[in-house]
Design a protein around this ligand. Structure first.
Ligand code: ZN
Length: 359
């Protein structure tokens, strides 16, 4: 592509906007001004909700036809922390020895800048008349609570009949060399907190008490030693990590009234959040039948597991990565969550972005 601008200067401009969530700090204005002359129609999508900060978002699109390829990214960044811990000021975008320094350089203004440059070049090479259409869904609410960003943008696109056919999320995915990893899915995550209540008593008279530690310990033993699955073609086995076990009991001679344990399950596509909730409830019930007491389960649901089946879209993306980087990317499902967890409800989605060593 001969008309592609330098992505490095675009990245410097973006880093210099101190867009700590939920502020866009000029980053979206900049992108609108950059992409408009290249033929992209811009729609600002500010959203608000009670109890959350207002967030501004930006949707850019060139062309109206199909296939509709969307790049999804965010311009918000996490807080930079103490300035003196930085080699160079976090919003200065200084370049030293071929490395650009700045908050969000990798996650993910680097991807956003690269896609802007590529899209401008691609549009110019086609004289502004594309065979399909290219869009950019840019949120300012990815690093925050993710309520006024991608979720609401997708609903708005559906309302406007502009849901993309396929989507690339530009999160940093490559642990080694640029090109080594294309993410086609993610594990799910769900947290459980189980509080078991018995009857408090003196340890000299245990028959008059009901020690809640006994059933809760039995429960933790059962769930943590159970093999939930052995993984499948694209995911490793589901894992369960016990993260806390506590009675809050300072005394040596008191059987506590209640005990509390927490565990986190990272699961593959053999399970859903609901199937795991049902399993934990059944385990608690079984233990209750044997040991007595009562239990309460509190749940914090993270993202559900998902996968984009290998096929023409994944092949196309893998070939593009190989053509540009010379590396055949591994199709991976590891790592944490991203906005792909919302996009997968609308269209096939993959993730590819820079080396993630410094995020
Ligand atoms: Zn990110």
């Amino acid at each position: 592509m001969t008309n592609t601008p330098d992505p490095t200067s675009i990245l410097q401009d973006l880093i210099r906007c101190p867009s700590v969530t939920p502020l866009e700090a000029g980053a979206l204005d900049y992108m609108e001004a950059l992409m408009g002359p290249a033929g992209f129609t811009a729609t600002r999508m500010p959203f608000s909700e009670d109890g959350t900060a207002d967030v501004d978002n930006l949707f850019l699109r060139i062309g109206t036809g199909s296939p509709h390829f969307c790049f999804a990214g965010h311009v918000d960044v996490v807080p930079p922390g103490a300035d003196e811990l930085w080699s160079y000021p976090p919003f200065s975008a200084e370049i030293h020895d071929g490395t650009i320094y700045g908050r969000g350089a990798c996650d993910m203004k680097g991807s956003v800048a690269a896609f802007c440059a590529a899209a401008i070049g691609f549009a110019a090479d086609h004289g502004g008349r594309l065979p399909g259409s290219v869009s950019m869904l840019i949120t300012g609410d990815e690093e925050g609570i993710a309520i006024n960003g991608t979720v609401k943008m997708l609903a708005e696109l559906k309302r406007r009949n502009e849901v993309p056919d396929v989507c690339l999320v530009g999160e940093p995915t490559c642990p080694g060399a640029l090109g080594d990893t294309l993410k086609i899915g993610r594990r799910g995550s769900i947290h459980f907190e189980v509080t078991w209540t018995g009857v408090q008593g003196h340890s000299a008279y245990p028959h008059k008490a009901l020690n809640p530690i006994t059933p809760l310990a039995r429960l933790i033993d059962r769930v943590s030693s159970h093999e939930l699955d052995r993984g499948n073609a694209h995911f490793g086995p589901t894992t369960l990590a016990v993260t806390n076990f506590d009675t809050g009991n300072p005394a040596n001679n008191v059987i506590p009234a209640s005990a509390n344990a927490r565990f986190n399950i990272r699961y593959n596509t053999e399970h859903t959040g609901q199937s795991l909730k049902d399993w934990v409830a059944r385990e608690c019930e079984t233990v209750k039948q044997a040991f007595g007491g009562t239990f309460v389960i509190a749940i914090v649901e993270g993202a559900d597991a998902f996968m984009t089946e290998p096929g023409s879209f994944v092949d196309c993306m893998a070939k593009a990565v190989a053509a540009e980087t010379g590396i055949e990317p591994k199709l991976d499902t590891g790592g944490g969550t991203s906005d792909a967890r919302f996009i997968k409800n609308y269209c096939p989605v993959v993730e590819f972005g820079p080396n993630n060593a410094t995020i």
